[in-house]
Design a binder for this molecule. Structure first.
Ligand code: SF4
Ligand code: SF4
Length: 126
């Protein structure tokens, strides 16, 4: 059976939370869609340009518009582009091959991301 291609759930932006933004892109941003309380350096990723994490009070990416669209879509970080396509960054709704996850899988992955977020914010005072 042919593999389904990964295609995001229409209108979904659940993974647009803490994400790196290339520093050069961030420096040109003129509008954010929620207040940024802090900007911290992202750990370097081999082969990629330096990046930052813009931190918001509610943990949602400040570059996500109120309509749920990425305002820097063409310039977004590789991490955003590849989200859901690797086992290290699993989408909570879709498997890597694009199949819909079971409810149980969704719950497990949601909990995993919540835990990663909690770890991230340990020591990052907002
Ligand atoms: S990768 Fe998954 S969680 Fe992120 S927008 Fe696409 S469907 Fe939603
Ligand atoms: S930069 Fe764009 S794709 Fe990445 S988390 Fe923010 S809104 Fe989502």
């Amino acid at each position: 059976m042919p593999q389904r291609k990964f295609k995001c759930v229409e209108g979904c932006s659940e993974c647009c939370t803490i994400a790196p933004v290339y520093r050069d892109v961030w420096e040109k941003v003129t509008e954010t869609f929620r207040p940024v309380v802090k900007v911290i350096d992202a750990p370097p990723i081999h082969g990629l340009r330096p990046a930052v994490f813009p931190i918001t009070e509610d943990g949602i990416c400040p570059l996500l518009t109120l309509e749920g669209k990425c305002s820097i879509y063409g310039s977004r970080h590789e991490v955003c582009k590849k989200f859901g396509l690797t086992k290290d960054a699993p989408c909570m709704f879709l498997r890597v091959n694009g199949e819909t996850r079971t409810k149980k899988e969704t719950e497990t992955i949601r909990a995993l991301w919540q835990e990663r977020e909690n770890q991230f914010f340990k020591g990052v005072k907002r």
